[in-house]
Ligand binder design. Structure first.
Ligand SMILES: CC(C)(COP(=O)(O)OP(=O)(O)OC[C@H]1O[C@@H](n2cnc3c(N)ncnc32)[C@H](O)[C@@H]1OP(=O)(O)O)[C@@H](O)C(=O)NCCC(=O)NCCS
Length: 197
């Protein structure tokens, strides 16, 4: 089976994958140790899930989602407060604008608020040499199936306006555009999808 849930042994690989292929996310800027902690928290599947896609024993793509993204991220920050404080201070030395980025990150939940759903697809990436082969679509379909299994009927996702690949993928999967908003001085689009019963 090419598509399977994340396992403990995949943590170092998925952290590197995220850092390489979604390098501009604030989370990637916090470094590999933070990403390992982040994905470790997805292994307790109460409100998060990750599916990975494999070929030739190597990870080719993954998707991470949550039934309540705000709750998942809040409990991650509370549980690892000291660790996060230390790596944030380190990141501040590398990027002086880091605190403003972190501050804006805390504004994110308000910007993507939709009264009808708390579920969110948080990250998706496919290895560049394997893009355009339908792996991204399979990962989204699997996530929608997972959300439906958990009794969720709607999901949101936000992407940068200039990320044509991700936007085309969401449109192809029949996600609808909710609104545009600005985040880190960049334009983003909020999409939603209502899962048929
Ligand atoms: C977005 C991404 C996950 C798509 O994965 P993928 O495996 O290439 O997706 P698919 O092969 O299922 O493509 C589905 C549709 O998306 C669109 N698409 C995918 N990549 C595209 C690109 N580079 N440019 C334009 N459209 C693209 C196409 O419409 C495609 O349908 P088609 O092949 O029938 O024309 C991949 O491009 C990626 O990893 N991007 C970098 C990470 C990222 O930006 N993630 C989003 C923010 S977390």
């Amino acid at each position: 089976m090419n598509l399977r849930p994340l396992k403990q042994n995949d943590i170092p690989q998925i952290a590197r994958f995220h850092s390489l292929y979604i390098p501009h996310s604030t989370f990637a800027q916090l470094g590999i140790p933070f990403l390992k902690t982040l994905y470790q928290s997805f292994l307790k599947p109460r409100c998060g899930f990750v599916y990975t896609y494999w070929e030739g024993g190597k990870m080719q793509g993954f998707i991470a989602g949550a039934t309540d993204s705000q709750h998942l991220l809040r409990s991650l920050f509370l549980r690892h407060f000291l660790f996060l404080l230390v790596i944030s201070l380190k990141a501040l030395f590398r990027h002086p604008r880091f605190f403003s980025l972190l501050f804006q990150t805390f504004q994110y939940p308000k910007k993507v608020d939709l009264p009808q759903t708390k579920a969110e697809l948080l990250f998706i990436a496919v290895k560049p040499e394997n893009r355009g082969r339908g792996i991204g679509s399979k990962l989204i379909l699997k996530s929608l199936e997972e959300l439906k299994k958990r009794g969720i009927d709607g999901v949101k996702v936000s992407v940068e306006k200039k990320n044509r690949g991700a936007i085309n993928l969401l449109r192809k999967m029949h996600f609808s555009q909710e609104r545009n908003f600005s985040f880190y001085h960049r334009e983003r689009i909020l999409f939603s999808y209502w899962i048929p019963k």
